[in-house]
Design a protein around this ligand. Sequence first.
Ligand code: FPP
Length: 260
Amino acid sequence: MLKKLFSKSKKGKHSLEVKESLVSNECLPSHIAIIMDGNGRWAKKRAMPRIAGHHEGMQTVRRIARVADDIGIKVLTLYAFSTENWKRPKSEVDYLMSLPQMFLNSFMPELMERNIRIEMIGDKEGLPSNTKKALNEAMEKTKNNTGLILNFAMNYGSRAEIVKAMKDIMVEVDDGKLTLDQVDEKTIDQYLLTSTLPEPDLLIRTSGEVRLSNFMLWQLAYTEFWFTDILWPDFNQDTFLEAVRAYQQRNRRYGGLKGE
Ligand code: FPP
């Protein structure tokens, strides 16, 4: 992993300097999920409109995708728009919906160069057509990439996801394709939008808020949580690596005893 970092730096493409002690190869989280919060407050502190905070937040997405890729994270899930975010003023919603297109257009050459695959979870059909098109095109273009999966949660709500999974399972039972006895935790995993992904190992939430806000409620059952007061636009590679290092010092027990 460190070799990868340094060889990339040598090429002059990425100037990230990571000390050997900062993040080791040991116990690297496979899947990191992030609740990106604090764009609005970041903008307010600077007397700027909220959308300026979201724009800056998009630049942070780019920086964090790079560092996640550099250190060998397999999946990075970013909570970009929740099913509750539709309650915001239309102008803000419109701006948030324009971000995937803006981001994917400008970042696509680097995504391809880095072998990053774009994925999304959420109700795609509820998205405006331009947003849907940008995501569909990026998913199609990057579908054979085998590196980091950059997974956007857009129009995502965990309870709605669980309700849909339950309904789909009930239909299967009704049709005789599944028996009631066959329905276990694995079955539910398979009917969630994350069925092809490993469960998150680490959840990060920025901006000092300490709640899940309807994010991956099922999938986060054994995830380690890491909270910071830093606002998302100020979140950077160093803070990301600090969270990874904190994760590496945790002792995950999954309900068992220490050392098991
Ligand atoms: C919550 O902070 C953040 C959001 C609802 C949007 C997050 C979106 C991004 C960081 C950009 C996403 C980028 C792409 C490419 C899709 P908030 O705005 O509610 O902040 P506040 O709590 O300080 O008001």
